[in-house]
Design a protein around this ligand. Structure first.
Ligand SMILES: [Zn+2]
Length: 81
């Protein structure tokens, strides 16, 4: 059993959103994640819950590689045995 579900926080969600577009307000660019967290924490929190449950990240406990599914993480370091 090599798969571990990776725990992610609201900080991770903010960073994930910040990888996308910025929003320009009166000539200043703002990161979407940071902006949303500031102006609408409730919506940010809901978005985080959905994101966290719909996009689980599994880690191989042998090498810490990240995978989209539990079975991929299980198989990660199984090759060649
Ligand atoms: Zn591995």
């Amino acid at each position: 059993m090599n798969a571990e579900l990776k725990e992610r926080t609201e900080d991770d969600y903010e960073a994930y959103l910040n990888e996308g577009d910025t929003v320009n307000v009166l000539g200043c660019d703002y990161n979407v994640g940071t902006l949303l967290r500031d102006i609408d924490p409730v919506r940010f929190s809901c978005g985080y819950s959905d994101w966290e449950s719909e996009n689980p990240v599994w880690m191989c406990s042998e090498c810490d590689d990240e995978h989209d599914s539990e079975s991929e993480a299980e198989d990660c370091c199984e090759e060649g045995l």
